[in-house]
Design a protein around this ligand. Structure first.
Ligand code: ATP
Ligand code: MG
Length: 273
C-alpha cells in the first residue's frame, strides 16, 4: 500500500486541515460544545513493546468518530483502555468533563460506555431471546419471565428493523447481519442505555447487504449516542462517520473531518510518517 505518491507531503492548505499532534485533538472549529469523552497522553506497553505512545482522542455527543490505523496501530488497545479492560501505563481520561483517575470496567459501564466487540460475544446454540437477555434475565421470585423477555426481544429487534423467523431460533442459524443486530441490540437496548458506544469492526465478515443494514443501524443510533467506530473498510467509514482519528504506531497521525478528506488522504495518514 505504501508508495511515494501516497506518502508525499501534503501541500500548505492540506497541512492546515490536518491535525498531527497527540496533545490537542480538536479539529472541527464549529464543535463549540465540550467533548463527552477526552483521553490523552495515553501510553501502554506490552512486555516492553509500545502499543500506545501518547495517543489521544476526543469524542463529541451524537457523532460517529472513526478510529483508524493499520494493523497493530493501537486501536483495540485504546478502546480497551477506554472501556477499562486494560490499565494504561499513563493516561488522562475525562468523561463528561470529569477526570477519571482509574477507569475500571465497572466505572465505564456506570458512565454509560458500552462496547460491541468484534467477536460479538454471542452464544451460538442459545436462541435469540436468550442471547439478548444473557446476563440480564428478567425473573420474578426466581422464575424466568420468558414471555416478558420475548415481548421485549420483539421490541428490540423491531427497533433495529431486524426480523427473525422465531425468537426460539438458535443464533447460529441466523445470518451474519442478524447476529450483529442481536449483539448490538443486547449492548444498546438491554440494561442501561449507553451514552458512548464503541464498535470494533462491526461489518467485518459481512456481505454487502448485511453491512448496509449494520451501517443503517449505526446512523439511527447516532441520533442518541456517540459512537467510536473501528473499521478497516474505508467505504463504510465514509458512509457513516463524521470525523476520523488516525493512529500510526501508537500515535495520532491525523484527525480529519470526513466531509473534507479522501480515502487517499486517510491511507496516507495510516501508512506515512
Ligand atoms: N495483550 C497483548 N499482549 C502483547 N501485545 C499486545 C497485546 N495487545 C496488543 N498488543 C500489541 O500492541 C500493538 C497494538 O495492538 P492493537 O491490537 O491495539 O492494534 P490494532 O490497531 O487494534 O490492530 P488490528 O487492526 O490488527 O486489530 C500490537 O503490536 C500488538 O501486538
Ligand atoms: Mg484491533
Amino acid at each position: 500500500m505504501r508508495s511515494d505518491r501516497v506518502c508525499e507531503e501534503p501541500n500548505g492548505n492540506d497541512a492546515d486541515r490536518l491535525f498531527r499532534s497527540n496533545d490537542a485533538v480538536s479539529l472541527k472549529p464549529d464543535y463549540k460544545i465540550a467533548p463527552i469523552l477526552q483521553i490523552k497522553n495515553v501510553h501502554k506497553s506490552f512486555q516492553g513493546i509500545k502499543a500506545l505512545d501518547g495517543a489521544a482522542l476526543e469524542l463529541y455527543d451524537r457523532e460517529i468518530l472513526a478510529l483508524l490505523g493499520d494493523n497493530g496501530a493501537g486501536k483495540s488497545t485504546l478502546i480497551k483502555i477506554i472501556s477499562g479492560a486494560y490499565q494504561p501505563d499513563e493516561a488522562e481520561i475525562y468523561v463528561f468533563g470529569k477526570a477519571i483517575a482509574r477507569m475500571t470496567p465497572h466505572d465505564s459501564r456506570r458512565l454509560g460506555i458500552k462496547t460491541v466487540y468484534q467477536d460479538l460475544a454471542i452464544f451460538p446454540v442459545l436462541d435469540v431471546s436468550q442471547n439478548l437477555f444473557m446476563g440480564s434475565e428478567m425473573s420474578y421470585f426466581g422464575f424466568l419471565q420468558k414471555r416478558k423477555m420475548d415481548k421485549a426481544s420483539r421490541k428490540v429487534l423491531d427497533g433495529l428493523r431486524t426480523t427473525v423467523k422465531s425468537l426460539r431460533q438458535k443464533i447460529e442459524t441466523l445470518s451474519g447481519g442478524q447476529q450483529h443486530s442481536v449483539s448490538i441490540g443486547r449492548t444498546v437496548f438491554v440494561g442501561a442505555t449507553p451514552r458512548i458506544l464503541i464498535m470494533d469492526e462491526p461489518t467485518a465478515g459481512l456481505g454487502v447487504e448485511e453491512s448496509r443494514e449494520v451501517l443503517e443501524i449505526l446512523k439511527e443510533l447516532r441520533r442518541n449516542v456517540a459512537i467510536i467506530l473501528i473499521s478497516h473498510n474505508l467505504d463504510h467509514v465514509f458512509a457513516v462517520a463524521d470525523r476520523a482519528v488516525v493512529l500510526r504506531q501508537g500515535k495520532v497521525n491525523g484527525v480529519v473531518n470526513i466531509s473534507e478528506t479522501s480515502i487517499e488522504e486517510i491511507v496516507s495518514l495510516m501508512v506515512c510518517r
